[in-house]
Design a protein around this ligand. Sequence first.
Ligand SMILES: Nc1ncnc2c1ncn2[C@@H]1O[C@H](COP(=O)(O)OP(=O)(O)O)[C@@H](O)[C@H]1O
Ligand SMILES: [Mg+2]
Length: 267
Amino acid sequence: MLLDVNDLKIAFATHTGSVPAVNGLSFAIERGESVGIVGESGSGKSQTVLALMGLLADNARVSGSAKLAGEHDETPSIELLNARSRVLRAVRGARIAMIFQDPMTALNPHLRISTQMTELLAAHRGMKRRQAMDYAVEMMEAVRIPEAARRVKYYPHQFSGGMRQRVMIAMALSCEPELLIADEPTTALDVTVQDEILDVIGDLRERTNTALLLITHDLGVVAGNCSRAIVMRGGDLVEQGAIEQVFESPRADYTRNLLAAIPRLEG
Ligand SMILES: Nc1ncnc2c1ncn2[C@@H]1O[C@H](COP(=O)(O)OP(=O)(O)O)[C@@H](O)[C@H]1O
Ligand SMILES: [Mg+2]
């Protein structure tokens, strides 16, 4: 087991009182597994993963547990919820990486990609400049960016939206995390680019055995990329199970409605 989440509750303190966002969610992810969280907007998907990364807003109150397995069999697991920032900094980027809908939240607009990547590789993997540069180009090629050796020197704004998304994936995966969290990574992109990006992620995962927690409002995307699905609504767990089970015999009406909303899959 890589990640074990138990009874995760998140509420926000507001002027009008406590507003619940996640009401007791439990799930687990095995090493190398791909799990999808699906649900309409506002169901608590993003807050769930932000809690795991220690990135919730200051007015958030979190309870429950989220245990990340030790890096080696003999090392103890790490509690992520309400963890000290030192602990979270060691986990973020290195063991759990996250990509977002908007790549600019992860990229520095003022620095060349080569600079951002080599700094990351120096900090997390102790690479020297030359080695980091070669590796950065390799990662850019792995996410299928044409002319990677030249474009690695680009600034973020010099890439199109889809290409920028690839750059963010290359950065996220360059530290060989054990878990990649992708929060609606393709929602802003058109369908062809969306498929390509998901393909790139799938490819890299296969090579590195990285687990994936994919968040989307589109059950079709989960079906194409995940072996297990977690369905959420209004902060509640609706159901979770193997993708075949959720698709072929959904337990909840809500899931049936999500299924009805996806265009018919081929094959
Ligand atoms: N800082 C905050 N203060 C109060 N409520 C918040 C805050 N951040 C998020 N929320 C609420 O948490 C709920 C879940 O949001 P979110 O996890 O972002 O949903 P989604 O499933 O679309 O990713 C929403 O109702 C949202 O308004
Ligand atoms: Mg969200």
